[in-house]
Design a protein around this ligand. Structure first.
Ligand SMILES: [Zn+2]
Length: 458
């Protein structure tokens, strides 16, 4: 404002004579001072507002001394809030290796961590982390309380992401909610599983199950070990052979392996060989559902053979009857009549079905002695049946009899493992075929391992 204007007030600056009523420089100093005053007030109030916002964010983030919020920047276009943190210059820096309070050396270049969104705004924390000079460990970068070393997310975000991935129907849904790409989600899953495995206790594991699962297309299999009491997957390895069976046992520490009392497996030799080698004290229990699968296959072989012979003479009695013979009890409803008619005709398939169904009573015996007596009778009848597939299956069962009788001391099955099938199928379908087996393993352990997956929020 120029002094010549009406109402001009004198300048009292050092460059003007204070005795003069009017300033010699022509400036309206009083007006300028008033403007300056209001600017100062405005600046003060802006500063106070900024300090309040910083304090507010400090509380939201749980940031404590020597860290503090330096600045909060709202980027409307990018829908993002940047929170800049600073470390108190006078505070000592703790060595991440030994915890000793050391003098500050310098600062590492600025890093960023994604934090929980505020409203619809992505929140990013930025900071230059101090490096300290430790007499023992040299110049090292301090750890920050809000993130894991080398993490790109704050602990709170990581915990939220784990919860979202656990609850989401698919990876794609988790990607949409978290606004992250596939690889980042997979990395969060891997870190969570590694965290969970480090914390996992297997002290209580006494009964385990070993089972195979189809992986990918065709004949690719993976082997899965489950803790039958804890109802959780212990590990997943590639292939299904003795070596993979042994690898599964490594999911338990050596001293823990010796505490396992029983293992449920199917009747193939590989898992039995692995169990005998890794945990020789554990009783092998052949899984009853696999036994009934063998018997069902025998009945089906008899049916296929008989059906072919009947068709040769124009008899279509067995057409469409495959699933009638695979079920346990006599069917109800529309098919009941068909089934009883088929049973009344002295069909080989009906006889094979009777042998299979009679064996169900084996599992209902009160103890191993009664079960052995029952088996002897059943085996005799099956061997006299003149039905080759039934005779062959009877021999298989006889050669595995001890493992069948062990059921009466350790009544365990792999039903839990079968129960995981739907979850594992969903994981497989979601990934549309895993290119890397490791990804598949991590995902199964993430969803079926009952692991403590969350980071510890300090
Ligand atoms: Zn140190």
């Amino acid at each position: 404002m120029l002094a010549q204007e009406a109402g001009a007030r004198p300048c009292f600056g050092s460059h003007c004579d204070p005795g003069l009523a009017r300033s010699t420089c022509g400036l309206d100093v009083v007006g300028a001072m008033s403007t300056l005053g209001s600017m100062t007030k405005k600046a003060e109030s802006t500063h106070a507002a900024e300090a309040a916002v910083a304090a507010h964010y400090g509380m939201l983030l749980g940031i404590q001394s020597p860290w503090q919020v330096k600045r909060v920047e709202l980027k409307l276009e990018a829908k993002r809030v940047d929170v800049e943190l600073g470390h108190d210059a006078s505070a000592a820096v703790a060595c991440p290796e030994c915890g000793r309070a050391c003098p500050r050396y310098d600062h590492a270049p600025e890093r960023q961590w994604r934090h929980l969104d505020v409203m619809q705004f992505m929140t990013v924390i930025r900071a230059r982390v101090p490096r300290c000079q430790c007499p023992e460990h040299g110049v090292v970068t301090a750890t920050v309380p809000w993130a894991e070393p080398h993490g790109r997310f704050t602990l709170m975000f990581e915990a939220f992401a784990v919860a979202v991935i656990e609850a989401a129907r698919s990876f794609v849904q988790a990607m949409e909610i978290l606004r992250l790409d596939w690889h980042t989600i997979q990395e969060i899953v891997e870190r969570a599983v590694e965290r969970g495995l480090l914390r996992r206790s297997t002290d209580e594991v006494r009964q385990v199950g070993m089972d195979e699962k189809n992986f990918g297309r065709g004949q690719d299999y993976v082997s899965v070990m489950t803790d039958l009491t804890g109802r959780r997957v212990l590990d997943v390895v590639k292939d299904r052979n003795t070596a993979s069976g042994l690898k599964l046992w490594e999911s338990l520490p050596p001293e823990q392996r010796q505490q396992v009392e029983a293992v449920a497996i199917d009747m193939s030799a590989e898992f039995a060989a692995a169990a005998k080698q890794a945990a020789p004290q554990a009783a092998i229990v052949y899984d009853r559902f696999h036994v009934s699968k063998h018997l069902n296959e025998a009945v089906d072989k008899v049916r296929r053979d008989e059906h072919r012979r009947l068709l040769e003479v124009g008899d279509e009695s067995l057409t469409g009857s495959k699933y009638l013979w695979l079920q346990g009890a006599c069917p109800e409803g529309d098919r009941a009549l068909d089934f009883s008619e088929l049973c009344e005709r002295n069909l080989k398939t009906a006889r094979a079905w009777c042998h299979k169904e009679t064996f169900v009573e084996f599992w209902a015996q009160p103890d191993a002695i009664s079960a052995q007596a029952f088996f002897r009778k059943w085996f005799g009848a099956a061997r006299r049946s003149k039905l080759e597939p039934i005779k062959k299956t009877a021999l298989t069962l006889q050669s595995h009899l001890q493992g069948l009788l062990n059921f009466f001391l350790h009544p365990i099955t792999n039903a839990i493992s079968e129960g995981f099938n739907s979850k594992i199928q969903a994981i497989k379908a979601d990934a549309r075929g895993f290119r890397r087996f490791e990804n598949y393993r991590y995902r199964i352990l993430f969803h079926c391992g009952k692991l403590d997956l969350l980071p510890v929020i300090r």
